[in-house]
Design a protein around this ligand. Structure first.
Ligand code: DNO
Length: 353
């Protein structure tokens, strides 16, 4: 495995120079954020991003994400042109030498939380998902923490209405339609696609969600059985449903050689149901045994990119919730420490980029 860090581009208060100074850091996970969803990413824009990252002494390892337009998820007639645009973006990314692309297939909302700055016992701030709070939230009023308000309330109502007719099976059909057309392009372009799980991995606000656990991963991988059709193994997302055995899902996907990208963060489940707070990365703070995560990667001599996922806000830092510098940097060095230990114990080399 090798270590990477998400960077939101020139507007990110965390700079490439900051990231470069984190011990064990090799690569950047980024995207082009100002191109409207559904449009083709021009090759020159991708090459410029790549050069910016390389000039800072890092490599552009993963694109996260190329967003999938709602029309594709809804299975509307307009999808064919949008899929063709998506395919062209993948071709351009391949031409620029990008090996991995992360995306998700969640209707309307990407990750969802009830509070983005909950104060933990030690005074740091973290993202939390309180099931009771979320049940009280109404997406149609656009009052969701972290939601970027890119839809007007009219548009939001329209899109929520459209999904009323989309069942879980319909969403699977629409995903199938999409990957059956995109994966052959990705194969030709030399790009490994990596679907991110739904976060949290179950239906919210009455919207269907399908990438939720081991059965879903198995079903997904069987639709198009190709190394270019893999997953982003986000341990924090899978673990937020207590029914999931996260290490088992990880080992299953590793065995099939379909872990194309890793997200590592810890969560601490609390309460009766499925509420959780995003804790510091080390095992002792959360519900995930991080050593077992890294050991599984080592057992399979996994060579892909991993990034510390959301961090807490510590030491007075302000910035993009989940994406500050300090706690993610601590997460990165912790994960690399586990990796060094796991490799040494197994008598194997420290695989690196
Ligand atoms: C949250 C991220 C997600 C992820 C997308 C991938 O912080 O893990 O937003 O980037 O779901 O498409």
């Amino acid at each position: 495995m090798y270590m990477t860090f998400r960077w939101y581009g020139e507007d990110d208060p965390v700079t490439l120079e900051n990231i470069r100074q984190i011990p064990t850091m090799r690569g950047i996970v980024s995207a082009i954020y100002d191109i409207p969803v559904g449009e083709v990413w021009p090759l020159e824009r991708i090459e410029t991003l790549k050069k910016t990252v390389e000039d800072a002494g890092l490599e552009l390892s993963v694109i996260e994400s190329v967003p999938v337009p709602e029309d594709i998820k809804l299975g509307l007639d307009t999808r064919d042109q949008l899929i063709e645009n998506y395919a062209q973006t993948i071709r351009n990314l391949g031409k620029a030498g990008i090996e991995t692309v992360c995306y998700n297939f969640m209707p309307v909302f990407d990750w969802t939380r009830s509070d983005l700055a909950y104060e933990l016992e030690d005074g740091s701030n973290a993202l939390i998902f309180d099931e009771e709070e979320v049940k009280k939230m109404d997406p149609r009023t656009l009052s969701l923490p972290g939601w970027d308000e890119s839809y007007s309330s009219e548009e939001m109502n329209e899109i929520m209405d459209q999904y009323e007719n989309v069942s879980t099976e319909d969403l699977w059909d629409n995903l199938t339609y999409f990957i059956e057309r995109i994966i052959p392009v990705a194969e030709e372009a030399g790009v490994k696609m990596a679907i991110h799980p739904d976060d949290p991995p179950y239906s919210i606000f009455g919207l269907p969600r399908i990438i939720t656990g081991k059965d879903a991963v198995e079903r997904f991988l069987n639709i198009v059985d190709s190394p270019n059709n893999g997953i982003t193994m986000c341990v924090g997302s899978y673990a937020s449903d207590p029914k999931n055995d996260t290490i088992d899902i990880l080992r299953y996907a590793l065995e099939r050689k379909r872990v194309n990208f890793m997200h590592a963060r810890n969560i601490k489940l609390y309460g009766e149901g499925r509420s959780f707070e995003e804790s510091a990365h080390p095992s002792e703070y959360g519900s995930i045994d991080m050593y077992e995560v890294v050991k599984a990667l080592s057992d399979y001599d996994w060579e892909g990119a991993i990034r510390p996922d959301h961090g807490r806000m510590v030491w007075g830092e302000t910035g993009r919730p989940g994406y500050g510098l300090y706690d993610r940097a601590l997460g990165a060095t912790y994960l690399s420490g586990l990796w060094e230990a796991a490799r040494k114990v197994a008598g194997k080399d420290y695989i690196e980029k």
